[in-house]
Design a protein around this ligand. Structure first.
Ligand SMILES: [Zn+2]
Length: 342
């Protein structure tokens, strides 16, 4: 009995291996001399239109959707295609693009260089820091690409946002030439403005990048957002609201929602609870929920102050003192309501 079962099992195994081989022959070698009934040859895969690849200066690009956008809206493939070149074999990259894929580029991070044009180029090309793009301040129509979009640039450093860490791995970095800040007599940071030309360049570039990689508004961030303890860039002079209003890039809050949170904040929360650990814990939790890597210590510690300052650079640039006032608190809550974690 046992022997019979063994033989049945063995023949089933042999059969399954053979049939797998047959499937392979049918699917992957359509020009095989093995004669197949017409219905077998006409597989759905063969009926599919093969995506076109264009070749520019020896680099190949997909120019059309290689996935099924109705099943996964993140499968359009752009950028150079890098494939293996195994000796003696042909890698075929156009026949079977998988639906199960997405982009590695999931964030857009904006920076300022804190240097003038010439020094920005030198530092970002000759030293241990880099960015994918550099937006100059010379008034021309050029944007410099320093690193291929498919490769990592060294722009984010130690960084965190929501569940992600080390954002060099999954972001496109854009550096903008700007001299940064100087401290005034009271120690307050005074930031240099961005020229109108630069803002237009950044907006056009950002629009192109977020559209191609389908980067959500919650992932278009300042360097200061992902590293608030270390970084201030691109600072409060960068017009995030303009980018949102005029180019639909990044996040911004709804004024009416902010107003309702503001009224609650000024009437009860701030006057009565400001120094209560439970309120501070709530503020820190909301900062954390929004995306910042804040600890929930229950006290107004230095790390929390720097995080609030980073938040103000981005969303309340008129005053960036690092103090959680009623307006800042209302904006944070309005943003969390509008952009919940999915
Ligand atoms: Zn930076």
């Amino acid at each position: 009995m046992r022997k019979t079962l063994y033989i049945i099992g063995l023949s089933a195994f042999v059969f399954s291996c053979t049939s797998q081989q047959n499937v392979k022959k049918t699917t992957y070698k359509p020009k095989s001399p093995v004669t197949q009934p017409k219905t077998m040859v006409k597989t759905p895969v063969q009926e599919k239109k093969k995506p076109q690849i264009s070749n520019e200066h020896g680099v190949e690009f997909f120019t059309t959707n290689v996935g099924d956008i109705t099943k996964n809206d993140n499968t359009v493939s752009y950028g150079s295609i890098v494939s293996a070149k195994p000796a003696g074999y042909k890698v075929v990259k156009t026949y079977f693009p998988a639906v199960a894929q997405n982009f590695r580029q999931r964030y857009l991070i904006l920076h300022y260089t804190a240097l003038p044009d010439d020094k920005s180029i030198t530092v970002l090309t000759q030293q241990s820091v880099s960015a994918h793009y550099l937006v100059n301040n010379t008034g021309d129509n050029e944007i410099y690409q320093l690193v291929d979009e498919n490769k990592r640039a060294y722009h984010a450093g130690i960084s965190t946002w929501r569940n992600d860490k080390n954002l060099n791995d999954n972001s496109i970095g854009v550096e903008i030439v700007n001299t940064g800040y100087i401290a005034d007599t009271t120690g307050k940071r005074v930031f240099a403005p961005f020229s109108e030309d630069q803002v237009k360049k950044v907006a056009a570039l950002a629009k192109d990048i977020v559209t191609r990689y389908q980067i959500p508004p919650t992932n278009v961030l300042a360097h200061s957002d992902i590293a608030p303890a270390r970084k201030q860039d691109p600072g409060p002079m960068f017009p995030w609201k303009k980018l949102y209003d005029e180019y639909q890039i990044g996040m911004w809050y709804d004024e009416a929602v902010k107003q309702s949170f503001y009224e609650l904040a000024v009437s009860t929360e701030l006057p009565m609870k400001y120094n209560e650990p439970s309120f501070i814990f709530n503020v820190q939790s909301q900062l954390q929920k929004f995306g910042y890597g804040t600890e929930t210590s229950g006290s107004w510690d230095d790390a929390t102050k720097k995080t609030i300052e980073a938040f103000q650079y981005h969303f309340r640039p008129q005053n960036y003192d690092g103090i959680m006032d009623a307006e800042t608190w209302a904006i944070l809550q309005a943003l969390n309501q509008k952009y919940p974690i999915k």
